[in-house]
Each structure stands twice: as C-alpha cells, then as structure tokens.
Design a protein around this ligand. Structure first.
Ligand SMILES: [Zn+2]
Ligand SMILES: [Zn+2]
Length: 218
C-alpha cells in the first residue's frame, strides 16, 4: 500500500502513464497534490525570502536586525499547510523516502549559488535527534556537506510558539576554522529563524566573514 502523503490517495491504483513515471521516481505525493506546493515568487522579503505582497524587509527581519547581524536567507517553497504535512511525515515520522521528492530541485539551487562560498555546511542534528530519526533530514535534501557545527545541548523547537522559539538559546560549537570564510548554511525550513541566526552568530564570533543560508522552505 502506497498512499499520497498529503491526501491519502492510493498511488498504486493510479496507473496511467504519468502514474507509472511517478512510481519510477518513487514519488509519495499524487499528481493532484504536487502542484499545491507553491514556490516562493518574486514578492518576498529580500532578507529572509518570506512570501508576501511586496518586496520590503519584513517585520521579523527588522526585529532580528536590532540584535543580530542581518542574515540573508534564500528558500524555494512557501512553508504552508501542505509543506508542513510533508515535513511532519519526513522529519518526525522518519519517512526517509520523502527526500526524493524535492532533493533534485534543492541540489540544483545549491549548485547555482555554492561557488560564491568557501564552506557549505548543514545545520547539525543533536545526537539525540540523529538516534531518534536515524538520518539527517537536511543531508537527505541537499546531499552530504561539511559539518562545521555541533550542538552541545539541543532544544526541542517543535511545539514551541514563535515567540518562545526566538528566546531559545542553542549551544552551537564551531568545529572548523572559519576565520575570514564565506559560509553557506543549509537547513530544511526557515521558520522563526532562531536556529540559523544562532548558528550564524556562533560563526561570526569565530571570525567568519559572511554567513548566508539556503532552506527548502520558508
Ligand atoms: Zn494527493
Ligand atoms: Zn524577512
């Protein structure tokens, strides 16, 4: 039994020619649901890529910029209800097959921008996270990258409100020489931005020249 992770349609029973191609590339999302995943269009915050009606810096970023060095983020998909069900299935239910869904797009995007950086690194999982899930969901999407950060004491961000998330302090340890380096951080989703901002602060404290991020969804 192979069901669409969004609507539950039986994918094995959906065997026209397109269905067959979908099966070949192991899609877990049906042809009706796939177009519901919206790519972020040109109207987005220039700093964090939040989808909005204009191209102004969003309030979230203005708030971050009061305390942090501005972090330029780029994302591919809008993080909406569809994307959230997809991530829930992928990340929290540990369905590793789902990495096939968007990793082609993600790797293509990464290829476009990676030459501007000296280091491309993924946001690490806590060791507990890795034990629980048995795979690194960010590497599943973007492929294996450098590991330059370690989280000493993890925090469970899911279930926390936006305001609560922003106040969390993640204990990042920098494990590589980053002095004067331009660094691209990869993560699955930019939600409150806390994880990426704190990782970037840790890198700046260690002398990094520039930190930017790329995520699958915002
Ligand atoms: Zn579906
Ligand atoms: Zn923004």
């Amino acid at each position: 039994m192979n069901n669409c992770v969004i609507c539950g349609t039986d994918l094995d029973n959906n065997q026209d020619i397109f269905g067959f191609i979908f099966m070949l590339r192991q899609s877990a999302i049906c042809q009706n649901c796939l177009p519901k995943f919206k790519k972020i269009d040109r109207n987005h915050c220039p700093q964090c890529y939040r989808q909005q009606k204009n191209k102004d810096i969003c309030n979230d970023c203005l708030e971050w910029n009061k305390t942090d060095k501005p972090l330029k983020n780029q994302s591919i998909f809008k993080y909406d209800a569809n994307f959230s069900s997809f991530m829930h299935r992928y990340k929290y239910m540990g369905d590793y097959r789902l990495r096939h869904e968007f990793n082609h797009l993600a790797k293509q995007e990464l290829k476009h921008i990676k030459q501007r950086f000296d280091i491309v690194a993924t946001i690490p999982l806590t060791s507990e996270g890795l034990v629980k899930r048995k795979f690194n969901q960010v590497e599943g999407i973007f492929g294996t990258q450098d590991q330059i950060l370690k989280i000493n004491k993890g925090i469970q961000m899911s279930g926390l409100s936006h305001a609560q998330r922003r106040k969390q302090v993640i204990d990042f340890e920098v494990m590589a020489l980053v002095q004067d380096k331009k660094i691209l951080l990869l993560d699955d989703v930019y939600t409150s931005g806390t994880t990426l901002h704190q990782a970037s602060s840790a890198l700046y404290q260690n002398g990094a020249l520039q930190v930017q991020s790329l995520t699958l969804a915002r």
